[in-house]
Write a protein that binds this ligand. Structure first.
Ligand SMILES: NC(=O)c1ccc[n+]([C@@H]2O[C@H](COP(=O)([O-])OP(=O)(O)OC[C@H]3O[C@@H](n4cnc5c(N)ncnc54)[C@H](OP(=O)(O)O)[C@@H]3O)[C@@H](O)[C@H]2O)c1
Length: 235
């Protein structure tokens, strides 16, 4: 099995890589990093440096990986050194909004465009993007975090749209958006204080949830927004 994990140096991405190597030791894994040089090495793991917001980087990576069974996009951002997610529309900043869209929305469209051919080679394939429940329009009861929420809502629309197109073009591919739950990582660090300890997952637990979900999902179940516990979320 050939797997690509984009964002393999992230809290969740690295845990997915490590869990996959543990439960399926013969899997051939390709993983990407951006700023952080990967420390973790394994004979079945191949690292690629890639800025996944750039189409030429994605295109070049796709040329190197013509056959894939699973593609998981675990790249994302919630805050930068200059900006925390907004509590009010008065804190809205155009550049921060664009960075959210560029990092959380755009890459999955570019990945789908350039890795469609690679996923077509497999008799059963998976295209997974790590989204977030706060991107659900129906579930939005609290407001706030307007740039992150909007970028994940747009991501969800992109995933749903790709899943519909691929029902005919890639009928063996299951396309899903996955909500990981609050997971201890650099992304969630500034917000962990108010989370009850049993609701703050380890990246290992989150990766296990995703991988056990993939083990039972069939291509007929494509086009869903799924939570770590296997429940379907409203788009
Ligand atoms: N953690 C949570 O509680 C939580 C909750 C809901 C949803 N999520 C979602 O889960 C996903 C993973 O989050 P995480 O918690 O694992 O975050 P994280 O630990 O901060 O990891 C983020 C990853 O994204 C990569 N990255 C950022 N910008 C990139 C770019 N332009 N090109 C390529 N790679 C880039 C980083 O690579 P480098 O480190 O190499 O720069 C890193 O691998 C995100 O989509 C996030 O929105 C997380």
């Amino acid at each position: 099995m050939n797997v690509l994990v984009l964002g393999g140096t992230g809290g969740i991405g690295l845990a997915i890589v490590q869990q996959l190597l543990l439960i399926k030791p013969h899997t051939n894994i390709h993983a990407t990093f951006f700023h952080h040089q990967p420390q973790y090495q394994h004979s079945q793991l191949h690292w690629h440096q890639c800025d996944i917001t750039l189409e030429n980087h994605i295109k070049a990576l796709a040329k190197q990986l013509p056959q894939l069974d699973v593609v998981i996009n675990a790249v994302g951002m919630l805050h930068t050194t200059e900006h925390q997610p907004e509590k009010s529309i008065q804190q809205f900043d155009t550049n921060f909004f664009q960075t959210n869209i560029q990092t959380n929305t755009l890459p999955s469209l570019l990945i789908a465009k350039h890795f469609m051919a690679a996923l077509k080679t497999s008799s059963r394939s998976y295209f997974v993007t790590i989204s977030a429940k706060v991107g659900s329009i129906e579930d939005n009861k609290l407001g706030g975090w307007i740039s992150y929420r909007s970028s994940k809502a747009a991501l969800n629309m992109a995933i749903k749209t790709i899943s519909i197109e691929w029902r005919t073009k890639l009928p063996h591919c299951c396309v899903i958006a996955f909500h990981p739950g609050t997971t201890a990582s650099a992304l969630s660090k500034p917000f962990q204080r108010n989370i009850a300890s049993h609701k703050l997952f380890t990246p290992t637990y989150t990766a296990q949830c995703l991988l056990s979900l993939l083990a039972r999902l069939t291509p007929q179940e494509t086009g869903q927004f799924l939570s770590y516990d296997g429940n379907t979320l409203p788009w």
